[in-house]
Design a protein around this ligand. Structure first.
Ligand SMILES: Cc1cc2nc3c(=O)[nH]c(=O)nc-3n(C[C@H](O)[C@H](O)[C@H](O)COP(=O)(O)OP(=O)(O)OC[C@H]3O[C@@H](n4cnc5c(N)ncnc54)[C@H](O)[C@@H]3O)c2cc1C
Length: 561
């Protein structure tokens, strides 16, 4: 039996089903796809009790995502499964673009040295989910508070003032469950979204694409190959990607209005593949499907105590690999905020910043995805003429290559307008400005991102390293009494910030770290968030200003000096 046909978390009766009143849990995550699994793992690691519900009892059926980007791998590193997942994938950063029967140019997505993770790995989505499940099981055996309930379909969602009531359908009948917070990761057809009456707004595309996963022995390199108007699929596009286990992904554009059933018949697929691969290549079909897509999202990702993530919140075309990758970034952004709110360390307005940060991220993905789709599938003769002229030019003129759009591949969003950020200062490198995810750098015996934890942290570099001391809470940051009338838990509590640690690194020891974080400046102090995004940075150390930045980044009252 193939992995996606194997029940990995079969339905089991829960004591909640026999409780006289609905049992209440701090967090219920609906949907155990990539987003839901990562949310549950992150919550469990933080010792936040979480129930993960899925209507199914197995990993994603058939072949869907294959490309997982550097940022997603860095998130998985933070969750303790980056090595295993990267190890199972095939690593790539290069690609080639073809037009008709010519190779017009090649590219490298990570030409720069000094990163622990590659630009991309390719790994079947069902394998990713299997490995995430393994991580979740490991956490359970460590005694972390996470429960996965298979065969548990959420059918009704009733928001109340301080909680949400869920009706869960099981093979033994329905029961009700109460959650302080619901994370809706139930995918493109989200029941939670429908129950809350939320609409997806965006564009539906008419084109059909055929996916064929084949096993073959072939000497194609581990690269992304994309064809515009190839001889073997005239007027359409094609994509070839290597996957692990001798598998290859072939994605052929079919155009609008095709008979989907007919197109999926092996007797129709095999001749298409023969035309592409040639008569000499032996291959076996592993998976065939036809997909269409839309680029759309709901208006807000926070609706009271229900937080939407992944495909339940937004959808894009597969070009650019922005679907699952952005779902992982959603929950990376959300979970630390949820933890702080549940522990009373931040007010619940911190969760509004999830919306403020991830909605623009979704818009960026939708924009890129829509543009790629328009370039790949021109909607008028004029657009096609323009597209073909760009492709012809790109063959000889490198300056035309940025105009070629065969899918702008997933990059993390920079939260430039986030309410959690402090204003930037002059003189430090642009790539590590507030809102950016921390850029990795080698530290001699390890990597910067591996040194950063998943709490707030100060990175003191160069002259700032000496100013703050070398470990522990920086000198000068002291607890400030809460303002009268405000709750002590929400008071300004900087010295007691759990895990607030200073990583002090004098300049000159790690050249790439200095280049990426100092530029030419003598010193810098970075405040990093629990999701490893930069919240603030300064070129000198001022305890009051640093404390104010921390309060802003955790949505505690702001009183900038
Ligand atoms: C052909 C193709 C290629 C793609 N390639 C890429 C790629 O290379 N890279 C990339 O990043 N993305 C890619 N994507 C997109 C990616 O597959 C999705 O973005 C991703 O699966 C979304 O993850 P999710 O966890 O949000 O939702 P899903 O994976 O859809 O998971 C939703 C889960 O919720 C469960 N569920 C649904 N309803 C209920 C309910 N009522 N109650 C309980 N459980 C429920 C489902 O059983 C499922 O387990 C591709 C998609 C396609 C179709």
């Amino acid at each position: 039996m193939r992995i996606f046909e194997t029940p990995l978390y079969p339905y089991e009766r829960s004591p909640d089903q026999d409780a006289p009143n609905p049992a209440c849990h701090p967090v219920v995550v609906v949907g155990a796809g990539p987003a839901g699994l990562v949310a549950a793992i992150d919550l469990a690691r933080r010792d936040i009790p979480v129930v993960l519900l899925d209507e199914n009892d197995r990993v994603s059926y058939g072949s869907r995502a294959i490309c997982f980007a550097k940022r997603a791998l860095e998130i998985l590193d933070r969750l303790g499964c980056g090595d295993e997942i990267t190890g199972h994938g095939v690593t790539w950063s290069r690609g080639k673009v073809f037009f008709r029967d010519r190779r017009i140019y090649g590219f490298d997505l990570l030409a720069e040295e000094g990163h622990r993770r590659p630009a991309f790995i390719n790994l079947q989505q069902y394998r990713l989910e299997e490995l995430l499940l393994r991580r979740l099981r490991d956490l359970q055996s460590e005694g972390r508070p996470v429960e996965l309930r298979g065969g548990s379909q959420v059918t009704k969602v009733e928001p109340a003032t301080d909680s949400v009531l869920l009706t869960v359908e099981t093979p033994e009948g329905p029961y009700r469950l109460e959650a302080e917070w619901v994370v809706a990761c139930d995918g493109a057809g989200s029941t939670v979204r429908r129950e809350l009456g939320l609409e997806f707004a965006g564009r539906v595309f008419e084109d059909n694409f055929l996916i064929a996963d084949v096993t073959m022995k072939a000497d194609f390199p581990t690269e992304r190959w994309f064809w515009f108007d190839p001889p073997f699929n005239r007027g359409q596009s094609a994509l070839l990607h290597r996957q692990p286990e001798g598998l290859w992904r072939i994605d052929l554009q079919l155009g609008p209005g095709v008979d989907r059933e007919e197109e999926q018949r092996p007797e129709n697929v095999v001749p298409r593949l023969r035309q592409m691969l040639g008569d000499d290549v032996e291959f076996e079909l592993e998976w065939i499907s036809v997909y269409t897509f839309q680029c759309a999202r709901i208006d807000r990702f926070r609706h009271g105590r229900v937080l939407f993530a992944g495909d339940a919140a937004h959808q894009v075309s597969p070009f650019g690999a922005r679907g699952a990758n952005s779902g992982l970034q959603d929950v990376d952004n959300l979970v630390w905020k949820l933890e702080r709110v549940l522990r009373g360390r931040s007010p619940d307005s911190l969760l509004d910043s999830y919306d403020a940060e991830r909605v623009p991220a979704a818009d960026e993905n939708i924009l890129n995805s829509t543009r790629s789709t328009d370039f790949i599938t021109p909607k008028s003769e004029t657009s096609r003429l323009f597209r073909d002229a760009v492709l012809n030019l790109a063959e000889t003129q490198p300056m035309a290559r940025p105009l070629v759009n065969s899918g702008r591949l997933s990059l993390p969003h920079v939260y430039l307008d986030s309410p959690l950020q402090s204003p930037d200062v002059d003189g430090l490198p642009a790539r590590t400005r507030p809102g950016s995810p921390a850029v990795d750098a080698p530290l001699g015996d390890g990597w910067l991102l591996a040194r950063l934890g998943d709490r707030f942290q100060l990175l003191a570099l160069g002259s700032c390293a000496a100013e703050t001391g070398y470990a522990g809470v920086p000198a000068g940051i002291r607890r400030k009494a809460p303002a009268s009338g405000s709750s002590a838990a929400l008071g300004i509590d900087v010295a007691d910030e759990p895990g607030l640690e200073v990583i002090s690194l004098p300049a000159g020891r790690h050249p790439l770290l200095d280049e990426r974080y100092l530029g030419g400046a003598p010193g810098a102090l970075y405040l990093l968030r629990p999701d490893q995004h930069v919240a603030a940075r300064f070129t000198d150390y001022d305890p009051e200003r640093t404390a104010a930045a921390l309060r802003r980044a955790s949505a505690q009252e702001t009183d900038d000096p």
